[in-house]
Design a binder for this molecule. Sequence first.
Ligand code: MG
Length: 355
Amino acid sequence: MDIGNLPPLNKKNVIIALGIEGSANKIGVGVLKFDHGEYSILSNPRKTYISPAGQGFLPRETAWHHQNYVVAMVKQALVDAKISHPEVEIDVICYTKGPGMGGPLRSCAICARTLSLLWNNKPIVGVNHCVAHIEMGRVATKCSNPVVLYVSGGNTQVIAYSNNRYSIFGETIDIAVGNCLDRFARILSLSNDPSPGYNIEKLAREGGNLFVELPYVVKGMDVSFSGILSYIEKEARGKLASGAVTPADLCYSLQETIFAMLVEITERAMAHTASDTVLIVGGVGCNLRLQHMMGEMVADRGGSLCAMDNRYCVDNGAMIAQAGIFAFQMNACTAMENTTCTQRFRTDAVDVIWR
Ligand code: MG
């Protein structure tokens, strides 16, 4: 498959990587195999920390959750992948270096270091979480050089590749689109199980009829969601009480507005880069309404949309292994003393040496 890789410096024909992800409320461990040019996921278990309705997930509680489950996740990933001697069978350990929440990130970095020491000083690769989403998406959809819309609880970026960088063409200037949805779900006291965004999507689809006009905030290539959130919160308090609108109407109106904003800036990036494919990654990328709206825009331009389901869109360990294996193939490992993590780590700070 052509994903634009340079010939690897590391000439091994078979490589097995273990990836550990835990930058937000999911702890995931994946085992990925590279075998003569093909990548396959051998296992990818994941566990989500679900906070009570009306509440978000806080760093400390989330870190506790990850610390409690990471050993079980590693064991399950190895069993599912039928790996009984990881100290010889695993070639490299990959973990999320950032961006994300401090406590949860640190829990995973410590796990990666510990496993490396347990398994004869196994090489480690620290991975940028955003780049991992992109690389998983490119491999899973076979979309080699798309404009990427990365939408999740912590990130909102329109990205395209150029000169060994994933350049950010547009982004949110305040909160992420997923954070806007999560916080609106809290206002409505919707369940966080399986995710607040999923419950908003379901309510909008099943009962949203009335479109309530909301602020539409696109500034050049950037978007802003915090004012929309404040505005709809006020609408919710006033109009829900009087019965003028239903929660479903508000969910529908919010989705239509913020997804239209995302489609607009993605279209502009397509025009600028003369690209005809769009790849959507990140947790919000599972939203079928967003996929449909994006699909219509892309079809109008004669292009194609690459989207994934929640196995790959949502944070997982295999995506960390995927980006890590690319770096490993270029012999770009992280020295033990540098296996730290960082809450701020921009997508365009990574030297993409494998393309
Ligand atoms: Mg993510």
